[in-house]
Design a protein around this ligand. Structure first.
Ligand SMILES: Nc1ncnc2c1ncn2[C@@H]1O[C@H](COP(=O)(O)OP(=O)(O)O)[C@@H](O)[C@H]1O
Ligand SMILES: [Mg+2]
Length: 244
């Protein structure tokens, strides 16, 4: 059963069609890359999936429930994790405290399932490879490490679907590797990931499938190799050859 699917999802703002009949289906445990030129609607699609923007047509199903009318906070509680870059992090708190806060914000019934918050915090920091920094302030982390911490917090807060918007932007090559291993670990853990990225080799390396968005529509999709080598990709990014 798909964890997330959309049917003819559209968004119109002030007469402008920003998303146009976007339909797709993602299985639990899949890693799906979302690529496309600047302004093609990638971030907007994440805003619509997480409920920050309300679509004007079509529908969204999450775990076989129509969430079209569900608020953003409720969608987050249901397990849709929008990972904001360095946004939810409390810089003056330690890494440990940052994860604890995420655990403490869990709905009561979910928190009840965790026997030991301290232990879960330690586990989460180990998962993201930052256990040795547990007692340090978040402000001491590099940009890339903050991204790992943000993913860790999303994981600790019980999310099933991770929406990552350009997690490697401005990050060192080593840290890009850490981010990609973390995404693979999420997959091994049964989590589902949608990831917006400009870095095609990165996408090809970690994704099961890729969607290409252009002017608000999915115009190409498939496994990373076939998308990467599709002659239409160049056209989408650089426009049709005017000599043709
Ligand atoms: N809230 C909004 N109001 C008006 N236009 C918007 C809004 N959000 C996004 N857009 C427009 O939608 C288009 C897609 O933007 P965006 O999703 O940020 O693209 P991408 O992430 O692919 O670079 C752009 O033309 C942008 O100006
Ligand atoms: Mg964007």
């Amino acid at each position: 059963m798909p964890i997330l699917s959309t049917n003819s999802l559209s968004l119109e703002i002030n007469g402008q069609q920003i998303l146009k009949e976007v339909s797709f289906s993602i299985e639990k445990g899949e890693i799906v890359g979302l690529i496309g030129p600047n302004g093609s609607g990638k971030t907007t699609l994440f805003n619509v999936l997480s409920g920050f923007l309300k679509h004007t047509d079509g529908k969204i199903d999450f775990e076989e429930t129509d969430i079209s009318e569900v608020s953003a906070p409720k969608r987050a509680q249901m397990g849709i994790g929008r990972v904001f870059q360095n946004f939810g992090i409390f810089r003056e708190m330690t890494l440990e405290e940052n994860v604890l806060v995420a655990l403490e914000s869990l709905p009561k019934e979910k928190r009840g399932e965790i026997n030991n918050l301290k232990e879960k915090t330690k586990e989460t920091l180990e998962f993201i490879g930052l256990a040795n920094r547990a007692k340090e302030k978040a402000s001491s982390l590099s940009g890339g490490q903050m991204r790992l911490l943000e993913i860790g917090r999303t994981l600790a807060s019980g999310k099933e679907l991770f929406l990552l918007d350009e997690p490697t932007a401005g990050v060192s090559p080593k840290m890009t590797n850490d981010v990609s291993s973390l995404i693979r670990e999420l997959k091994d853990d049964g989590k589902t990931v949608m990831i917006i990225e400009h870095d095609l080799p990165f996408i090809a390396q970690i994704c099961d499938r890729v969607f290409v968005l252009d002017v608000g529509s999915i115009v190409l999709e498939g496994d990373p190799q076939s998308v990467q080598h599709d002659v239409r990709l160049k056209e989408i990014y650089f426009g049709a050859d005017p000599t043709n």
